[in-house]
Design a protein around this ligand. Structure first.
Ligand SMILES: N[C@@H](CCC(=O)N[C@@H](CS)C(=O)NCC(=O)O)C(=O)O
Length: 249
């Protein structure tokens, strides 16, 4: 029985990419909750694993050469797990390049841009007394979200999964399509995305991975309570830190 991989995790789309992948690959794992609303991502021990102060990150005790390895950035983690298991990353270089293009498309666009849509359409409303100040950001990222769903819809018009066979690219993209309503997107406009979304959602491993850690948070980042306000203060408006001391988080 292999030792479980530690998954530093909080229940967000980026976190669920990895819980879904670990479930799909049937790799044993242990969730290490990392409360990003409470600033735990700035703990020096976590920064050793993930210098960008972001989760997800993993520590595999049985890494290359039988020695532990830590990996941060969800795309790098998906690549690592796919190589380790030999699963969901294509049978040859042509298939792998199809997958990688869509994996990187997610990492560079269908994630960062949708995150901005979440920010301006949802969280920023709780912090900006004059809602008119938000109009430009709301329009820019709602439009970009709409454009990206259009790209995905065209891609899925003649195939079941983004790179043909189900792969780590689908695992990266799907969790970001879950909150499509917050992004201002109506899936009825994108029927191929809707069909793919339902197809992926039916997979047993996705059903398990997508609910991983949901019990860890009941805070609504856009809400009015003290916990939500404190979490927004930690998460939004970060600037470079020259030195990270425990007292800072
Ligand atoms: N490109 C990174 C993004 C990870 C990321 O943005 N994680 C967020 C949660 S979804 C986080 O840890 N935020 C903590 C913070 O903003 O300090 C990846 O894909 O792993």
């Amino acid at each position: 029985m292999p030792s479980p991989i530690d998954l530093w995790f909080w229940p967000t789309p980026n976190g669920h990419k990895i819980s879904v992948a670990l479930e799909e690959m049937e790799v044993p794992y242990a969730i290490k909750p990392l409360n990003i609303g409470a600033g735990e991502q700035f703990a020096p021990a976590f920064l050793e694993i993930s210098p960008n102060n972001r989760m997800p990150a993993i520590v595999d005790p049985d890494g290359p050469g039988g020695r532990p390895i830590s990996v941060f950035e969800s795309g790098a983690i998906l690549h690592y797990l796919a190589r380790k298991t030999g699963l969901f990353h294509g049978a040859d270089e042509r298939a792998r390049m199809e997958i990688d293009q869509w994996l990187f498309w997610q990492m560079g666009g269908f994630g960062p841009m949708l995150g901005q849509a979440h920010h301006f359409r949802h969280y920023a409303r709780a912090m900006t007394p004059d809602q008119r100040q938000l109009a430009y950001g709301v329009a820019r990222y709602t439009n970009e979200a709409h454009r990206l769903y259009g790209v995905l819809d065209r891609r899925l018009a003649d195939r079941e999964f983004v790179a043909g066979d189900y792969s780590i690219a689908d695992m990266a993209i799907w969790p970001w399509a879950v909150p499509h309503r917050i992004q201002g997107v109506d899936l009825a406009e994108f029927p191929h995305v809707q069909a793919w979304f339902d197809r992926v959602a039916e997979r047993p491993a996705v059903q398990t991975g997508r609910v991983a850690g949901l019990e860890l948070t009941n805070r609504n980042l856009a809400g009015g309570g003290k916990e939500a306000g404190d979490a927004r203060a930690v998460l939004f408006g970060q600037r470079a830190r020259r030195r990270v001391a425990p007292a800072q988080y």
